[in-house]
Design a protein around this ligand. Structure first.
Ligand SMILES: C[S@@+](CC[C@H](N)C(=O)[O-])C[C@H]1O[C@@H](n2cnc3c(N)ncnc32)[C@H](O)[C@@H]1O
Length: 659
């Protein structure tokens, strides 16, 4: 079948992976899927004897994992996921199902049974769509499938078997081996999807999503969106089993199951759960298990878990949930943590403890010229935040060292130092946030209140009007570009582009990441003259002659010619009128096939996250945060086609091609 883009369809959804397998996470992350991980508590104890085939067992286990998480999340995590993905990988040989070995002897038994033979690896996958209705009831629709890959092992000697077992690798892997690592040595051939053996059949998963989203014939099903007040397509609706079977024939998928879970309160005030309308034969068996486990594991707290339904009077005689209390207090205390970090960084505590680890509070106080009492409080707070570690030396005297977190991000000369960004947050962002109430009231820029200066153009009127402020800002951009640049530069295959122009490329930190990742590429950094004149302070030691600088104003001046334009963290600073001016200049400079790589935080389509982007918007005035669709529409209006990717980093990326 022809495969269409699918992962982007899930961009605005709360997708949850009901598995803690690092291999599954990596496969899905690499595919650009943004998801949360909520490992399932479902125990893999289904009676294998009840299943006619090994794959039915894997599919059923995958379903139960997904259902358990979908059921738990509204109460434990206080949110209903849109989609839960469950998966279970097993190895089948000689009519036996092999899961993860319990100990070395079990691993030996498994691996020797595979030696010299072909076996099958099955991954069962369940994609569970959750539709929360107005009455808070949740409708569940289940799509499941399995993938089979044949793997042949070489004849393994005893010493080879034990060497592999002693490596420790077999222990958390189905069948006792990991094909992507040392276990690859054991394998003679693989017929089928390799990633299926690693733990997740990505291609089949995408095909399944393609069927659901792009080729859906499900609009007129018995429980259509109108009937249930569900969002319109592409949210899938309950297809009839026969329709789905027909659609999935080539994918050998099993029928869709519509599962409805009602939560009602019994007289005792306990929640009771019922499930109706299960369509699959073998799920009926598990339905009972599911109902049983629901009754025992869902405490009365469930009825309070549904935040929207919370009745304040219900709370009067009870205590708040500990997690809720912790969450709200942590939010309230967030600024204290930020300020402690800023202060310790400004006072060079981390650099000092890197040069001289093991100082006590009095010694640190002497070096940073501060009071012993205040320094001790600061050091202890930093320990509690995981920025320092402490050890009792003698007579209850603590000595301090940097934690790994501090070593990575808080030293002024660390490769990923965020010191520049910390200073910017402290000196530039903090004052803006202290005027947040007037910003919200007026809906305008609070820079005048915070910095005593009116400004229309934040860069030219405020940031670059003072050398110290300019350098601080450039340092901040430099440090963030260094930690995010690689993910942005490698988000897409850029091998067809030879020349790039990084518009508003500031110190060139992002440009260097692009030349590092793409040996064929030269990058011109284009930024305001005030920035370009300082850029050499930021050049790496071994200057890369594939990076050059041109000074100019991207709203007014001619843009340097390039095959690829880069706009990293530029558009959010500007309202739509300015964005259109800039995009039309870029579009004019582009010939057909030229690219534009946009990198920003993409807001979720429902604008419910990520909170980093939404919080940043609070201190913006001229600009605004946008979703991938909003950016895409802006770009399409200038003749670009777009494909976007969530990089699982601080910044997302979109590659646009001029038509
Ligand atoms: C938020 S910073 C982003 C820096 C860099 N792209 C990055 O991702 O680290 C915005 C950049 O746009 C530049 N800029 C702002 N207005 C500009 C203009 N009119 N012409 C050229 N560059 C401009 C600023 O100097 C600054 O370097």
């Amino acid at each position: 079948m022809v495969l269409n883009p699918v992962i982007s369809k899930l961009a605005s959804k709360l997708v949850v992976l009901a598995s803690s397998s690092p291999r599954r996470m990596e496969i899905l992350r690499n595919a650009g899927l943004r998801f949360e991980v909520v490992p399932s508590w479902f125990k893999e104890t289904l009676d294998k004897g009840l299943f006619k085939t090994p794959y039915e067992y894997a599919v059923e286990t995958a379903k139960q994992k997904a259902l358990e998480v979908a059921r738990r999340m509204p109460f434990k995590h206080l949110k209903t996921p849109d989609i839960v993905i469950g998966a279970d990988t097993i190895v089948a040989v000689d009519g036996r199902i092999l899961e993860k070995p319990v100990d070395k002897n079990n691993a030996y038994e498994m691996l020797s049974s595979l030696s010299g033979k072909e076996h099958s690896v099955f991954t069962g996958v369940a994609i569970l769509f959750c539709h929360k209705k107005e009455n808070e009831e949740v409708d569940y629709q289940l799509f499941d499938f399995y993938e089979e890959t044949k793997v042949k092992f070489a004849d393994l000697s005893e010493s080879m078997l034990w060497e592999y077992i002693d490596s420790g690798e077999p222990m958390d892997k189905a069948g006792g081996y990991g094909i992507q690592a040392l276990g690859g040595m054991l394998v003679e051939y693989v017929h089928g999807d390799f990633l299926n053996v690693v733990g997740f059949p990505l291609n089949h998963f995408c095909k399944q999503l393609d069927l659901i989203y792009n080729k859906s014939q499900f609009g007129h099903s018995p429980s259509s969106s109108a009937k249930h007040n569900l969002p319109p397509s592409p949210t899938i609706d309950s297809p009839s089993a026969s329709q789905t079977q027909h659609n999935q024939k080539s994918l050998s998928a099993s029928p869709v199951h519509k599962v409805k879970i009602n939560c009602s309160k019994s007289e005792e005030g306990e929640s009771s759960w019922t499930m109706v309308n299960r369509l699959s034969k073998h799920t009926e068996k598990s339905e009972a298990e599911f109902r049983d486990s629901s009754n025992t594991t869902v405490p009365s707290v469930n009825s309070r878990g549904q935040v929207m339904e919370l009745n304040v009077t219900d709370l009067e005689d009870s205590e708040p949930r500990k997690e809720d209390l912790k969450q709200i207090i942590e939010m309230m205390d967030g600024f204290k943590a930020s300020k402690a970090l800023f202060t310790a960084s400004n006072m060079c505590v981390f650099d000092l403890l890197q040069r001289r680890p093991g100082l006590d509070a009095a010694q640190v106080a002497q070096e940073i010229k501060a009071s012993v009492k205040g320094t001790k409080c600061l050091l202890e707070a930093c320990v509690s935040l995981g920025l320092l570690t402490s050890k009792e030396k003698s007579c209850q005297k603590q000595v301090y060292k940097n934690s790994d977190l501090a070593k990575c991000f808080l030293l002024s000369d660390a490769p990923f130092s965020l010191q520049g960004y910390i200073q910017h947050c402290d000196k530039m962002v903090w004052p803006l946030f202290s005027h947040l109430d007037s910003a919200v009231r007026d809906g305008t820029n609070q820079r005048e209140k915070a910095f005593g200066r009116k400004s229309k153009d934040m860069f030219q009127d405020t940031v670059y009007s003072n050398q110290e402020v300019k350098l601080r800002f450039m340092n901040a951009m430099h440090s963030i570009a260094k930690v995010t640049g690689k993910a942005v530069a490698t988000a897409f295959d850029l091998s067809s582009f030879k020349t790039a122009c990084d518009l508003g490329g500031c110190t060139g930190a992002m440009a260097y990441e692009f030349t590092k990742a793409h040996p064929q590429l030269s990058v011109t950094v284009f930024d305001l003259p005030a920035v370009v004149e300082m850029s050499e302070h930021f050049h790496p030691l071994h200057t890369d002659n594939r990076v050059s600088f041109v000074a100019g104003d991207f709203f007014k001046d001619e843009l340097p010619r390039a095959d690829l334009y880069i706009l990293a963290r530029i558009l959010h600073d500007w309202p739509d009128e300015n964005v259109h001016i800039l995009l039309s200049k870029i579009a004019d400079a582009c010939t057909s096939g030229c690219g534009l790589l946009l990198s920003e935080i993409f807001l979720d389509e429902d604008r419910r996250g990520p909170s980093r982007g939404l919080l940043q918007a609070l201190s913006m005035s001229e600009g605004k945060q946008r979703s991938a669709t909003e950016y895409s529409l802006l770009l399409k209006s200038h003749g670009f086609t777009t494909a976007h990717r969530l990089t699982d980093n601080l910044l997302d990326a979109m590659l646009c091609i001029k038509e």
